[in-house]
Design a binder for this molecule. Structure first.
Ligand code: SF4
Length: 427
């Protein structure tokens, strides 16, 4: 990272390949279009993961394997196992779901290897959307992939639905996507909407027609679900006081989401057995709570016995919770227990418990050349790691200076050469 950068890596992306088992018209990154295959060797992948774990003051806690389609990487399960061995607390894969749908054993092997989260590309709830974005009907595949994950009894990874949103294409299905997630909340713990970032050249008219923003999303969630209002959303760095407090009492730098507030927004919803949805903000005064937790973190960081402040933290929490507005079946004590788990835990169990009867609706608007903002890049917490060991902010990798082009050229094999020696599967 350059000296001007202000955030450590919260989540690292590692592209395992640019080959893919789909040919999406909206994707310019696949091997077929690019004319080369970028696929780091297993040793290179291990080297990159080691670099992430060597980062200081906070070794990268979460890694997401991406592509192309990462599940077609020949040693995919070995990569997950190695990530686990290296100590990543969150191991994720961004996938179109085809491999998971085709073979129930594939899902089982992912779970056994240690995959925690499946970032499932999910553009809509009807096939006309997939025909436009992916040139193929895919809804049944998505449903089958979810079903195969649901069948797992042991170490089941959770699913995050990831819709890429384009105005006029699928923005009318925001509410339906959320309702689909709520219906499947036994396995789906979040929906992460990603307003489209325009790669390549696009004329102004086309860009203005397709441009979709986070405020658009917040309005659409309100209008299409009726479950939340603008007040229920917070920018990602709002949770930084919790990390500051955890770091203070554990005497160890914990991962802190200090991204720019324009990069992402999120809201947490509680769902009870009667399918009633209550946003967290309806019974928790988040502003007041975060302010007091931040003050407490400052005190605890200079205290001799910082853990003594835990009682005070609980008092602060109770002060900012209105139990009469909580969803049925949830008590203040249970709520505090789940929050305490998040603060105390080694992340994985904490996250799982926190999301047990909760749904995270979030959004990150990756930048493109038309809205590139260096201040946002400086605070970026989502980084790529590349085969020469460098760590590069996500939006600088894919936009602005676009390091992807240089890296892939340097570490790729021309398509024809690859086909001669390794065959033409997925190219
Ligand atoms: S710079 Fe891009 S990847 Fe980084 S936090 Fe902002 S939107 Fe996300």
């Amino acid at each position: 990272m350059c000296n001007l950068h202000t955030s450590h890596t919260s989540l690292a992306n590692l592209d395992l390949t640019n080959r893919c088992n789909l040919r999406c018209p909206i994707c310019f990154a696949n091997a077929n279009q690019a004319g080369y295959v970028y696929e780091p060797s297993f040793d290179e992948v291990v080297f990159m993961m080691e670099k992430l774990r060597e980062e200081r003051p906070v070794p990268t806690p979460a890694i997401q394997f991406s592509g192309g389609e990462p599940t077609i990487y020949p040693r995919f399960f070995d990569v997950i196992r190695k990530a686990k061995e290296l100590g990543f607390a969150q191991i994720q894969a961004a996938t179109n779901g085809i491999k998971l749908a085709e073979d129930p054993d594939f899902a089982r092997n992912c779970a056994e290897a240690g995959l925690n989260t499946i970032y499932l590309q999910f553009d809509g709830v009807t096939d006309d959307i997939y025909m436009k974005t992916r040139a193929r009907k895919l809804l049944d595949i998505k449903i089958k992939a979810i079903e195969n994950v649901r069948q797992l009894t042991d170490k089941r990874p959770s699913i995050v639905l990831v819709p890429t949103v384009v105005r006029g294409l699928n923005d009318h299905q925001i509410g339906d996507i959320i309702k689909f997630a709520l219906k499947n909340r036994d396995v789906i713990r979040a929906v992460n909407f990603q307003p489209v970032a325009f790669t390549g050249r696009i004329d102004q008219k086309e860009r203005e027609e397709g441009r979709y923003t986070i405020p658009d999303l917040i309005k659409d969630v309100k209008n299409q679900t009726g479950y939340s209002t603008e007040e229920d959303w917070f920018p990602v760095p709002s949770v930084a006081p919790v990390s500051a407090y955890a770091s203070a009492i554990l005497r160890e730098d914990k991962v802190t989401f200090t991204t720019h507030p324009h990069c992402g927004m999120a809201t947490y919803w509680f769902v009870n057995d009667k399918d009633e949805v209550v946003p967290l903000t309806q019974f928790v005064d988040v502003d007041g709570l975060m302010k007091e937790i931040f003050d407490l973190a400052k005190d605890a960081s200079s205290a001799t016995f910082p853990k003594l402040s835990l009682l005070k933290a609980q008092k602060i929490l109770r002060k900012h919770i209105d139990e009469s507005k909580m969803p049925e079946g949830l008590t203040t004590t249970q709520f505090i227990e789940t929050l305490t788990n998040v603060v105390n835990n080694k992340t994985k169990t904490g996250l799982a418990k926190f999301s047990w009867n909760m749904m995270l609706i979030s959004s990150m608007h990756f930048q493109d050349d038309y809205n590139y903002d260096i201040e946002r890049v400086r605070r970026c917490a989502i980084h790529y790691v590349v085969p020469d060991g460098r760590i590069i902010p996500f939006c600088a990798y894919n936009g602005g200076p676009t390091y992807r082009t240089e890296i892939e050229k340097k570490f790729s094999v021309p398509l024809e050469e690859w086909r001669k020696t390794r065959g033409n599967e997925y190219t």
